[in-house]
Design a protein around this ligand. Sequence first.
Ligand SMILES: NC(=O)c1ccc[n+]([C@@H]2O[C@H](COP(=O)([O-])OP(=O)(O)OC[C@H]3O[C@@H](n4cnc5c(N)ncnc54)[C@H](O)[C@@H]3O)[C@@H](O)[C@H]2O)c1
Length: 217
Amino acid sequence: MVAADVNAELLEKLSADADGLGGSITTLVGDVSSERGVETMVAESHARLGKLDVVVNVAGVLSFCHTHEHSLDEWNRLITINLTGTFLVCREAIPHLLATRGNIVNLASTAAHKGQPWAAAYVASKGGVLALTRALAVEYAAAGLRVNSISPGAIDTPITAAFHLPEGADIALINRVSPMGKFGTPEGIAAGIAYVASDEASHMNGADVLIDGATTA
Ligand SMILES: NC(=O)c1ccc[n+]([C@@H]2O[C@H](COP(=O)([O-])OP(=O)(O)OC[C@H]3O[C@@H](n4cnc5c(N)ncnc54)[C@H](O)[C@@H]3O)[C@@H](O)[C@H]2O)c1
């Protein structure tokens, strides 16, 4: 397995954790918002593994502000990492995945399914990820490539810990916590990804799996 991320420190910890559990993981530092960076990351992943079976697009960033105060720079940053990054990784990985009849799992969000205020760029980027997933699923279905997405609700990770709402924002309208009264877990999302990517899900294509504790129900 190869794990790629822009955060080298995090990758070192991941690698040490994997070693501690008796496993091993190859890590690559890279930025999904860089076309050249993604080309290198995917080529290097293929070179190290010898083939690609599953690609999971997890990299994402989130910030909140009033839309009438949203800077173009911040809009571009979120769209570029969340949506363009997903496109670039898919584009580079697809030729390898066609060779193995593999599959792609993209991380969308409940923000792509229902209105989430103060997050214009984030919701637009995740709506784009959802639409891109469906388009690729249809485009490559006959060639044996599956493309699906997972839409988590609020999950207890660094991205939610870094919530900074703008002045006057009403937390109730963000629906951070599901009607179940708790956050989901990263392990629950990982299990969902593992199922969608597995052969057991061989007829699942173009699907989006909501793991959100009834937030969108
Ligand atoms: N946690 C939630 O509540 C939640 C809900 C819905 C969707 N998601 C989505 O799930 C995915 C994972 O989020 P998470 O909760 O684990 O957050 P996280 O912040 O823990 O993980 C995001 C990762 O993306 C990496 N990253 C950021 N910019 C990058 C770049 N330019 N190139 C490469 N890597 C980059 C970060 O270093 C980080 O490791 C994201 O796409 C997020 O939008 C999360």
